[in-house]
Design a binder for this molecule. Structure first.
Ligand SMILES: Nc1nc2c(ncn2[C@@H]2O[C@H](COP(=O)(O)OP(=O)(O)OP(=O)(O)O)[C@@H](O)[C@H]2O)c(=O)[nH]1
Ligand SMILES: [Mg+2]
Length: 361
């Protein structure tokens, strides 16, 4: 491996700066609370989200715009690199490798892709930089398709379909849950939210505020109570009320806090006691702006709770959209939803084709 690869930011695990510890997350949460309320207000007055073509086009435009940072830091640079080059030489491939790693695509992912590209160049199957760009795009697409195929679609069966949402502090769990609940409700599903983040009073309140705004019931206990008990009660209520989907919010925790990871295991176990097979999905929420640290988080959370899918938030705030590729390749987990902003419609099911298109075109 080349020395520069080891040196670039994002390869070595970043220290946990930017991830708030349990103790200092309060201020951030108060501010978040105000933002949520303003946001929900705005959304409740705004137009409803519909899955028609026009809406899809609009979304694609917005996705492209939001991801322009990623494009400038990633595909834009690739284009600059390839611009005016007549042929592919080893130097060009080295530079491309460097760019991809800098974009947080992850060293092993990049090496796998580059090995294949180098082989194609050697065999003279790849003769010009434009073809190289196309092949790179296809390689990334393939990677996503493989993960999508393995995971299959979310079944939403049996009912109630129970989703446990986990992740480190401040990554966007609660807002993602609100957005998802809103969208499922729009599709005609009966959704119940469960406030199993009992760590802070503000967290329960935050989910309740959201529930009220989007018109979805919330099950909660008072703060400080056992999160497993709330999760248990939530499923019980959903069974009694004939709900279609239950989404359980949990307290943010650092992936390195062993006791808190144990607590997650317990929540999961207790949920299974109330309803066999529950939770049916475990979503890990990751903040795209944390770079390669997101991959370490994914590893630790997978060990504790058998994560089934990723929700990747804040893609609008990063110049390193390559992290998506890194997570999919290294974790072999599907990205289920992406967050590209704070509005209700800024959470979308992850469509790999759409994503690669937005990134490259
Ligand atoms: N720009 C942007 N901001 C987002 C996105 N998703 C969430 N946020 C913001 O991230 C902040 C934290 O969101 P929360 O939903 O409270 O995060 P959390 O993971 O529940 O936090 P804890 O419960 O404290 O662990 C809020 O200000 C959200 O509006 C996104 O896709 N883009
Ligand atoms: Mg939260």
């Amino acid at each position: 491996m080349k020395e520069w690869i080891k040196k670039v930011a994002g390869f070595q695990d970043l220290p946990d700066s930017g991830q708030e510890g349990q103790d200092d997350s309060q201020g951030q949460d108060d501010q978040a609370q105000e933002e949520f309320e303003a946001m929900a207000q705005e959304d409740s007055q705004g137009e409803t989200v519909r899955e028609d073509d026009e809406e899809k086009d609009r979304f694609l435009d917005r996705l492209k715009k939001k991801m322009s940072r990623s494009r400038k830091g990633f595909v834009h640079q690739i284009d600059e690199l390839l611009l005016g080059k007549r042929q592919i030489d080893p130097e060009l491939l080295d530079e491309l490798e460097e760019l991809l790693v800098m974009a947080d695509m992850g060293v092993s992912t990049v090496q796998e892709i580059l090995d294949d590209l180098r082989l194609q160049v050697e065999r003279q199957q790849l003769s010009n930089p434009e073809a190289l760009r196309q092949k790179l795009k296809e390689a990334i697409e393939d990677l996503f398709n493989k993960a999508d195929k393995e995971a299959g679609n979310i079944t939403w069966q049996p009912v109630p379909f129970v989703i446990l949402v986990v992740g480190v502090n401040g990554v966007g769990k609660t807002t993602t849950i609100a957005k998802l609940a809103f969208q499922l409700k729009e599709q005609g599903k009966k959704v119940l939210l469960v406030a199993a983040d009992t760590f802070r009073a503000a967290a329960v309140e935050q989910l309740e505020v959201w529930g009220k705004k989007i018109g979805v019931p919330v099950i909660s206990h008072k703060s400080g109570s056992d999160p497993s008990a709330v999760a248990y009660d939530g499923i019980e209520a959903a069974l009694a009320r004939g709900m279609d989907v239950v989404i359980v919010d949990t307290a943010g925790r650092l992936h390195t806090q062993v006791n808190l990871m144990e607590e997650l295991k317990k929540i999961k176990r207790v949920m299974g006691r109330k309803m066999e097979g529950a939770p049916h999905e475990v979503f890990l929420v990751l903040d795209a702006t944390t770079g390669q640290n997101a991959v370490s988080q994914a590893r630790m959370f997978c060990e504790a709770t058998d994560v089934t899918g990723i929700c990747l938030t804040k893609l609008d705030g990063t110049a390193k959209g390559g992290i998506v590729t890194s997570i999919v390749h290294q974790m072999k987990l599907p990205i289920r939803y992406i967050g590209i902003g704070e509005r209700m419609e800024d959470l979308r099911p992850f469509d790999s084709k759409e994503f690669v298109e937005a990134l490259f075109d």
